[in-house]
Design a protein around this ligand. Sequence first.
Ligand SMILES: NC(=O)c1ccc[n+]([C@@H]2O[C@H](COP(=O)([O-])OP(=O)(O)OC[C@H]3O[C@@H](n4cnc5c(N)ncnc54)[C@H](OP(=O)(O)O)[C@@H]3O)[C@@H](O)[C@H]2O)c1
Length: 261
Amino acid sequence: MDKKFKRVLITGATGQLGSRLVSSGLFPGPLTPSRRQLDLCEDESVREYFQAHSFDAVIHTAALARMRDCHRNPALALETNMTGTLRLVRATLDKEKKIKKTLRFVYISTDGVYAGVRGRYKETDAAIPYNHYGWTKLGGECAVHLLRDHCIVRTRYFDPGDLPFTKYTADAYNSGIPLDELVKAIYGLLYSEFSGTVNVGGRRGSDYGRYRKYKTAVKPCLLKEIQKKTPFILSRDASLNCGLWRKINPYGAYRYRSFPS
Ligand SMILES: NC(=O)c1ccc[n+]([C@@H]2O[C@H](COP(=O)([O-])OP(=O)(O)OC[C@H]3O[C@@H](n4cnc5c(N)ncnc54)[C@H](OP(=O)(O)O)[C@@H]3O)[C@@H](O)[C@H]2O)c1
């Protein structure tokens, strides 16, 4: 772990993941602009923020992150997730040129860039998203590839302390990871030498199977019941092969519970 960062810019710091990254205390600095200070949808706002602040790494979590919102408002989804990420990448390239230093850039993407049908997806499998959210996040990924020192994290997470529904599917699968575990994974990846795309997740399982350990009152249901009420496509099996993460992670995936002390 040779990398040292003085100040990390965290976008989306008011969000579920961003706020947990900040409260973990793991990230030096950190710079946590509100949407008013750094609006992904405004060229000028992004440019000015990058010119006015110094930092040596970016963790980009800000997004229109709910599938329903992306379905209802595709123009805003494109503007925030695709063009917004492009604006950050452009500002990063400009800053790198100015300070003559490469910035580390971690982009939080999604398991929704895969087709969500057969599961156990590897990073080298085709990215064929199944709804607007996935396509716009994949669009963001395209821009991030142009940065020299980047890490694209394809994941799905849940907060064991905040499971809002009473019913969860028992016949649809994914590799959801607890929020605090994802925070530690992002920390490990920020400091790793790895540049590229990596899947980060827990064991393959259904939401019902996973969540009943944390909330005994949850009931099982079938995907088709949920799908009937949902106007956009949901995944049947979005599980991830996380072998690459295990290989590159400096602390070893699944061994985070004891780290950091
Ligand atoms: N939930 C999951 O299981 C999951 C799975 C895979 C990937 N992800 C990804 O993880 C990241 C974080 O998700 P989350 O669950 O923390 O989302 P969230 O709770 O909805 O938070 C989204 C954040 O983005 C900010 N934001 C939205 N539009 C913005 C704009 N135009 N300019 C600046 N900031 C803006 C929001 O700011 P305001 O407070 O001002 O609205 C908020 O801080 C996202 O990139 C998401 O795609 C999530």
